[in-house]
Design a protein around this ligand. Structure first.
Ligand code: NZQ
Ligand code: ZN
Length: 381
């Protein structure tokens, strides 16, 4: 088990009706909020009304910044920064999925920075401060509600990069499982795949696999995500399954599930981000394509030990090959594509995808070259 530092200052309010509690929390940070949301799902399911009423009750004025798109783009982030500055917003309230929260984080940092916000994403500047951020999550998937990262696509350069920094941790996040009842089936699948992806990256790429507590946490989270998803697909109104899924996805990327692993990388994410950057496909769908291919590559290069251990604990499988198949079966059953062709991406594009992925691989300091990435993608045809 390797040395580690764990820091997570996010206050989580979990359960039915907690969105209204964000009002008093936000009021502690200021009087005017930039209210960031997406394409309107929160207007259909009542969360918009709940949050605006809660803020109004506490005397917090709002300036709306709506229209955040899935896979949020830099131009819209820049628009939000301009709005936050011009309106003198002293806090940000983000309501929606990972895209909304990520864009809000980028705005929070950009509003306090003299240069261009993209500097944070390409490693040119470190995030020194940010506007205080409050979130209400409506889609369990990314863990953004309880971590310090954000992902934005520069649509001019087709780069989907991330920025990180302690000031990006939300102050408070409200997680009401009832707000997820309106999720379309495809987003349930995307969220489940993403949560699985977050716990397998460290587990399978660690150079020190002797961290029993973290292994067991990963196994438990994987079992919980899989069981909750199966219940949700059977009965979308199953509150307890929604609640278990929501908390599992948060725990999957709040730092706990990698403590003690050494030398780990986020290779599946680096490859997926190029699929999203080039084809604008959902992050979870891209991961469902990349992961089975990467597992086959992992088996060839690192051997069967970790796949066997994970499979025995999570799927009840015996061999590494059976474990890979069990992952793929779960993604398929949830409704995610598991091959490039199933997402309409031609195999002829593999060199272009790999070339794009190399941008993030270099930025994240990983030791992979383009031919290896092409080899992995060949297994995803
Ligand atoms: O835009 P609206 O109308 O709100 O609709 C959204 C969107 O169309 C909809 N939705 C959200 N909650 C809903 C709902 N529809 C009905 N009922 C609800 N309760 O779902 C669609 C997808 O939303 P999005 O926020 O894009 O999904 P997700 O949460 O999966 O976020 C994906 C983004 O997060 C990044 C991804 O790369 C991608 O850009 N990630 C962020 C991470 C982080 N900050 O730590 C880590 C991840 O690995 C990931 O990279
Ligand atoms: Zn992810």
């Amino acid at each position: 088990m390797q040395n580690f530092t764990f820091l997570n200052p996010v206050k989580i309010m979990f359960g039915k009706g907690v969105v209204a509690k964000l009002g008093p929390e936000a009021a502690k940070a200021g009087k005017k909020a930039l209210f960031v949301y997406g394409g309107g799902s929160i207007k259909k399911n009542g969360v918009y009304d709940a949050i605006t009423a809660a803020l109004a009750k506490e005397g917090v004025a709002v300036v709306e910044h709506s229209g955040v798109k899935p896979n949020p783009v830099l131009s819209h982030v820049r628009g939000g920064i301009k709005k936050a500055r011009e309106s003198n917003c002293d806090l940000i309230v983000a309501v929606g999925g990972g895209s909304v929260i990520d864009e809000a984080k980028a705005i929070a940092a950009g509003a306090k920075y003299g240069g261009d916000v993209w500097d944070f994403f390409c490693g040119k500047a470190k995030i020194g401060e940010a506007l205080p951020l409050f979130t209400a999550l409506t889609l369990p998937a990314t863990g953004s509600e309880m971590n310090s990262g954000c992902v934005v696509t520069n649509e001019e350069t087709a780069q989907k990069f991330s920025a990180q920094g302690v000031p990006l941790f939300p102050r408070v996040s409200a997680l009401d499982p009832e707000t997820t009842l309106t999720l379309p089936r495809a987003q349930v699948a995307n969220g489940a795949v993403d949560a699985i992806a977050h716990i397998i990256e460290g587990y399978f790429t660690t150079t020190d696999a002797d961290a029993a507590v973290t292994d067991e946490l990963v196994h438990a989270l994987a079992r919980s995500v899989i069981a909750s998803t199966e219940r949700i697909l059977k009965d979308p109104s199953d509150y307890s399954a929604r609640a278990s899924m929501m908390w599992s996805a948060t725990l999957a990327l709040n730092g706990l599930a990698t403590c003690g692993y050494g030398g780990m990388t986020f290779i599946n994410h680096a490859i997926e981000h190029s699929l999203s950057a080039l084809y604008d496909i959902a992050h979870g769908a891209g991961l469902a394509i990349v992961m089975p291919a990467w597992f086959k590559h992992h088996l060839e290069t690192a051997g069967p030990a970790r796949l066997q251990k994970f499979g025995a604990a999570v799927f009840g499988t015996k061999t590494a090959e059976e474990t890979i198949k069990a992952f793929e079966d779960f993604f398929r059953k949830a409704g995610a594509p598991v091959r490039l062709s199933e997402a309409g991406i031609p195999a002829a594009d593999i060199p272009r995808i790999a070339e794009n992925a190399m941008g993030l691989i270099r930025l994240w300091g990983m030791k992979h070259e383009q031919p290896e990435i092409e080899k992995i993608l060949e297994k995803a045809k």
